[in-house]
Ligand binder design. Structure first.
Ligand code: ZN
Length: 261
């Protein structure tokens, strides 16, 4: 597999991989891809506070990747893709003498294009590895069939199953790619942990530590989009045909608002 012409852009590198894979259906074979790109060993190991490790050298002749055996299979796939991103983006500076060690928060790093210059080296390259990972595992070109209908958390679950990525990753991807201005709240034990919103979503600016909104209960799994009648809050923007919609996220038996991961 040759990526010499893809440059350093995460999405272009992932697209170059898919160009060579062809349009095969099903979940992206990330382990096979990693091995064909000189990852000589992939291990599952039990870590505390670390999701993935890449052992390599600055020149990247080859590498070894370890993923956290305690995480779900879908999350391990994302971690493997994230570490492969560090391996392929040779401008990423190693964290230690022998490679990269990436935490759960690293896997959530996201930097808006306009903020790249001020994000800092670590956050910037973690965000790039995440951009590569999601484009590799759920390529935009294969997501279109899930995006042409009005927002529905059922589509998030379909994306999670079809691409074998976590529901959390699928929800973030859905919000990012959908034409409407969407936001999704992630919560645990009734408290919002964080908010992922489209760039144009104007009216939730601070979500951490706020109690989750009540979840609907009429569906198994209690998942549904709720739609505010008009945006309120700091921006005071009027409602429009592309008015933002918020997501009262899915539920688990133990928590009224957390999305099963
Ligand atoms: Zn990382």
């Amino acid at each position: 597999m040759e990526l010499d012409d893809a440059g350093l852009n995460p999405e272009r590198i992932a697209a170059a991989i898919h160009d060579q894979l062809g349009e095969a259906g099903g979940a992206v074979p990330v382990q096979d891809i990693a091995r064909r790109l000189d990852i000589t060993e992939i291990r599952e190991m039990s870590f505390n506070g670390v999701e993935g490790v890449l052992i390599t050298t600055p020149e990247r002749p080859d590498g070894m990747i370890a993923v956290n055996a305690r995480s779900s299979a879908k999350r391990r796939r994302f971690t493997l893709a994230h570490e492969l991103g560090h391996f392929l983006m040779t401008h990423h500076r190693m964290v230690g003498r022998d490679g990269f060690r990436c935490s759960r928060s690293d896997m959530l790093a996201r930097v808006e294009p306009g903020d790249a210059a001020t994000a800092g080296l670590h956050l910037g390259q973690e965000a790039e590895a995440n951009r590569f990972a999601i484009e590799l595992l759920a390529p935009a070109r294969r997501l279109k069939r899930y995006l042409h209908r009005p927002p529905d958390l059922a589509r998030v679950l379909e994306i999670s199953d079809a691409f074998e990525i976590s529901r959390e990753a699928a929800a973030r991807r859905y919000v990012e790619q959908h034409r409407d201005n969407l936001a999704v709240l992630f919560g645990h034990h009734g408290r919002i942990i964080y908010l992922q919103k489209a760039r144009g979503f104007p009216w939730i600016t601070r979500a951490a530590a706020i109690r989750c909104p009540a979840c609907p209960t009429e569906l198994p799994g209690s998942r549904r989009w709720s739609r505010p009648t008009r945006p309120t809050g700091s921006t005071g923007r009027p409602a429009s045909s592309s008015a933002p919609r918020s997501c009262a996220s899915a539920t688990t038996a133990s928590s009224s608002c957390s999305m099963p991961r």
